[in-house]
Design a protein around this ligand. Structure first.
Ligand code: ATP
Ligand code: MG
Length: 375
C-alpha cells in the first residue's frame, strides 16, 4: 500500500460564520477527537491521521463531505501510485485531478501537478478523464508538513458542530417523533440532553431499554452521554384524580414541562425540545400546546411542528431510531388516561384543575429523584 491511510473532512457552514469561526472550528475539532484523537485542522479542512474508516465521520455534524486519503511524501510518482490504489476501490467511470500546492517551494505548479498525475492515472488504469463532470475527483495536496492524495467523497451530515448552539432538554418518549426532534436540534449545533418519564410497574424494564437505545442513537450523533429518567408513577396517580378527567394528559405534559425546566436550570440548558407536530394526533392542537407550554419556564422548541408523518419517518430511518421506536411498548402518557382527551384545552380551566395540589413541589421532588443513565 502506498502511503498511510488518512481521512479528509470538509467543513460547511462553519466557515460562513465570520466572527464565531474559530470557536466553531474548535468545537468541531473537539467533537472529531471523540471519534479519533489524531485530528488536525489544516487550512479549510480537518485531517484525521488515524486509520479509522471514513464512514465513522458520517455522523459528525458540521462536516459536509468525507474523503478517504493517503498521506504521501512530496513526490508525484507516489501521488499517482496512491491515487491508482484509491481509485481501484471506487471504480469510477471518469475522474479528474485537482491539485493544491500549499508549499510554494515545491517546484511543480498546481495545474502541472494535476496534468502530470492525471496523465499517469489515465495511462495506468484506462479510466476516462472528464474535467467538466467527473464521476470522482482526485485531490493532490502538496504541503509543507503534510502531503496527501484523496479520491471520492462520501456526503457528510452538514449542519453545525454540536455545542455551538447552547443546550436543550429533550422530552424523549419511546415514539418515532421525539428522537427525530432531538436529532434536528443536534444538527443545528445544540447539545441535546434526553429526559424520559416512565411509570413502573405499569411500564416495564423494556421501556427503559428502549429509551436507552434511543438516547444512545442520539449520542452516536453527538447527543449527551447521559439520559435522565423520571419515575412518574406516584405523581401521575395524583394528577389523574383531579378533575376534569379529560385534562389528565394535559396535566401530565405540564408536569413534564416543569421537571424539564428544573433540570434545565441545573444543567444550564436554555430550552425544552418536544416531538410535537401540529395536528398529527387529535391532542396536538395549538390550544393544547399553548396550555402545556404555559407550565414551562423556558422556551419550548418543536422542530417537527410542520412536518408530515412520512417526512418524520424518513428522518427516523436516517437517524437509525425508527427500528427501535416501532417496537410496541406501553406509553407513560396513555396510562390512566381518559378515553376522550381534551383537544382544545383552556388555560384557566387547566390551572383551576391543578389548584388543589402544589405542582412545583411535585416537580422538585421528581427532579431530585431523577435517575442518571450513562449511555
Ligand atoms: P413521540 O413519537 O415522540 O412519542 P407522539 O406523536 O407520540 O410523539 P405525544 O405522545 O402526544 O406525541 O407526545 C408529545 C411529546 O411529548 C413527545 O414527542 C415527547 O416530546 C413528549 N413526551 C411524551 N411522552 C413522554 C415521556 N414518557 N417521556 C418524555 N417525554 C414524553
Ligand atoms: Mg408518544
Amino acid at each position: 500500500m502506498t502511503g498511510r491511510p488518512i481521512t479528509v473532512l470538509r467543513l460547511g457552514e462553519v466557515f460562513l460564520k465570520g466572527r464565531n469561526r474559530s470557536w466553531f472550528l474548535k468545537k468541531l475539532v473537539d467533537n472529531a477527537k471523540r471519534i479519533s484523537p489524531n485530528i488536525q485542522l489544516r487550512h479549510s479542512r480537518i485531517i484525521c491521521t488515524d486509520p479509522v474508516p471514513p464512514e465513522e465521520f458520517t455522523r459528525l455534524f458540521g462536516i459536509t463531505s468525507i474523503s478517504p486519503a493517503r498521506e504521501i511524501s512530496q513526490n508525484l510518482d507516489e501521488a499517482a501510485d496512491a491515487a491508482v490504489e484509491l481509485l481501484s476501490d471506487l471504480r469510477p467511470e471518469s475522474f479528474k485531478v485537482e491539485a493544491v500546492r500549499s508549499d510554494k517551494s515545491f517546484p511543480v505548479k498546481s495545474p502541472d501537478i494535476a496534468r502530470q498525475v492525471g496523465g499517469e492515472i489515465a495511462e495506468r488504469t484506462g479510466l476516462r478523464v472528464d474535467v467538466h463532470d467527473p464521476h470522482t475527483v482526485v485531490l493532490v495536496e502538496i504541503g509543507r508538513e503534510l502531503s496527501f492524495v484523496s479520491a471520492g467523497r462520501i456526503p457528510g451530515p452538514g449542519g453545525l458542530p454540536v455545542g455551538v448552539s447552547g443546550r436543550g432538554i429533550l422530552l424523549l418518549s419511546g415514539g418515532i417523533d421525539s428522537p427525530v426532534a432531538g436529532s434536528m436540534m443536534l444538527k443545528r449545533g445544540m447539545d441535546v440532553v434526553p429526559l424520559c418519564f416512565h411509570a413502573p410497574p405499569y411500564t416495564d424494564d423494556r421501556l427503559v431499554e428502549k429509551l436507552t437505545s434511543l438516547a444512545r442513537r442520539l449520542h452516536d450523533w453527538g447527543g449527551s452521554d447521559t439520559m435522565y429518567l423520571a419515575n412518574f408513577t406516584e405523581v401521575q396517580k395524583i394528577l389523574r384524580y383531579l378533575s376534569p378527567g379529560k385534562l389528565t394528559i394535559i396535566r401530565y405534559r405540564r408536569m413534564m414541562m416543569r421537571v424539564a425546566s428544573l433540570l434545565a436550570e441545573r444543567l444550564r440548558a436554555q430550552t425544552i425540545i418536544t416531538g410535537e407536530s401540529l395536528g398529527q394526533v387529535a391532542s396536538q392542537t395549538i390550544q393544547n400546546m399553548t396550555a402545556i407550554e404555559d407550565a414551562a419556564r423556558l422556551p419550548v422548541m418543536r422542530p417537527l411542528i410542520g412536518l408530515d408523518k412520512e417526512e418524520i419517518i424518513k428522518r427516523a430511518k436516517k437517524l437509525g431510531s425508527y427500528e427501535i421506536s416501532i417496537i410496541p411498548q406501553e406509553d407513560t402518557c396513555t396510562l390512566f388516561a381518559p378515553p376522550s382527551p381534551e383537544t382544545k384545552a383552556k388555560l384557566e380551566v387547566v390551572e383551576k384543575s391543578e389548584s388543589s395540589v402544589d405542582v412545583w413541589d411535585m416537580a422538585r421532588s421528581l427532579v431530585d429523584s431523577l435517575e442518571e443513565v450513562h449511555l
